[in-house]
Design a binder for this molecule. Structure first.
Ligand SMILES: NC(=O)c1ccc[n+]([C@@H]2O[C@H](COP(=O)([O-])OP(=O)(O)OC[C@H]3O[C@@H](n4cnc5c(N)ncnc54)[C@H](O)[C@@H]3O)[C@@H](O)[C@H]2O)c1
Length: 364
């Protein structure tokens, strides 16, 4: 990658609350860019999603895919609407097509709690969580999407795919991430989460994990079954550092991670490949709250902060990294006093209140 500080960002607002939380997010990005200086983001909007499919019969136009491919980073809000489906009954999910097309194999799902926000676990240690769930995002059980084998009306078969190539790049990413976190004071431990006690595909997954772990002898390589991990995410999540797992397991566990943080509207994410990356909140299009003003934009803002950090890291722009940190700190500070509580957590604050507070904290 060549160094640059002039970035093209493809913006995909998508469906449901996506178009509500995207414009203020872009405004925040423009604001931090102006405050820090030394880098520019040029935003280009593209259409994709279930509503577009309903209108035009195509959820992911070529122009959007090409625009995303040409961009340095992709900022995506949410896609999909439960009532709009393909004729076979599956939902429209262009965000998954983008992950597969651009080979965004590392689904980074940070689980970090913010003091001041109500969270479901009472234990004091749960107030200070900081771990990362890494979800493989191009294969696993999701590789069977659209390829379900139906045997008459008697059975349905989906195939779980684990490849050496897909697993090696995922585990290398996990160990490098743990290494970076270790320099920031974390334990430097990667836990392979699987079901190797039952399925041969996961025995293979584990074997490759052990092989790649040998390249990182200064880091701890650990193993856990997915069911035990679900238990420990509730019982003692403060013990985790980096968890790495298959696509569907990661899909499920990342919602549990969002719950540990207080709600879907808080949890950011990134889907990262060798050349491209998408940054988007963990949540979906939240059709039940569209137009109510109750959408919590925090996950979107934190995903945008992750994008700046990644752009800076990838293209050698310390200013972009600084801007990402500034945005993330402004979000964290917004909740510190405990008087700003999103609707989804039983409070009375929505999109406008949260955005106003983040803007105020950026300036102050
Ligand atoms: N990455 C994505 O784009 C993505 C992820 C998950 C679901 N989906 C799609 O989104 C649609 C709705 O799915 P769902 O209802 O299962 O999940 P969802 O995440 O949209 O909503 C689950 C619950 O969390 C709440 N919620 C979610 N985000 C919120 C926010 N920012 N602020 C406040 N509350 C929030 C919703 O109101 C709802 O009660 C479906 O079509 C689904 O396929 C898309």
């Amino acid at each position: 990658m060549t160094n640059t500080n002039d970035f093209r960002v493809a913006v995909l607002a998508g469906d449901g609350i996506g178009p509500e939380i995207t414009p203020p997010c872009v405004e925040l990005l423009e604001r931090v860019q102006e405050m820090v200086g030394g880098f520019t983001c040029r935003f280009e909007n593209f259409e994709a999603g279930a509503a577009l499919y309903q209108r035009d019969g195509n959820a992911l136009p070529d122009e959007t895919l090409k625009g995303a491919e040409a961009a340095d980073a992709i900022l995506l809000a949410a896609m999909g609407l439960p009532d709009i489906r393909y004729p076979d009954g599956r939902e429209i999910a262009p965000q998954l097509d983008i992950r597969e097309e651009l080979e965004l194999y590392a689904g980074v799902r940070p689980v970090r709690t913010f003091p001041g926000l109500p969270i479901p676990l009472a234990n004091e240690r749960a107030q200070h969580l900081d771990f990362v769930l890494l979800r493989e995002s191009t294969e696993g059980l999701f590789a069977s999407r659209g390829k379900t084998e139906m045997v008459g009306d008697d059975s349905a078969h989906d195939r779980l795919t684990i490849t050496r190539h897909g697993s090696e790049r995922l585990f290398d990413y996990a160990f490098k991430l743990a290494d970076k976190r270790k320099s920031a004071g974390h334990p430097g431990r990667v836990t392979c989460v699987d079901k190797a006690n039952v399925l041969g595909s996961f025995v293979f997954f584990r074997k490759i994990f052990a092989e790649r772990a040998e390249k990182f002898p200064h880091l701890e390589a650990d193993y856990a079954y997915v069911d035990a991990t679900a238990l420990n995410m509730i019982r003692s999540p403060w013990n985790f550092d980096v968890l790495v797992t298959e696509n569907l397991f990661g899909d499920i566990l990342s919602d549990a991670g969002a719950a540990l943080m207080g709600g879907m509207g808080i949890a950011p994410s990134a889907d990262i490949g060798d050349k491209h990356a998408v940054f988007q909140p963990c949540h979906g299009s939240a059709p039940d709250i569209v137009g109510s003003g109750k959408a919590n934009p925090t996950a979107m803002y934190l995903s945008a902060a992750m994008m700046l950090d990644w752009l800076g890291d990838q293209y050698g722009s310390p200013e972009a990294i600084e801007a990402g940190a500034l945005l993330s700190q402004a979000v964290e500070k917004s909740f510190a006093a405990g008087d700003l509580v999103p609707h989804e957590m039983g409070g009375g604050n929505g999109l406008k209140d949260i955005t106003d507070r983040v803007v105020a904290n950026l300036q102050g």
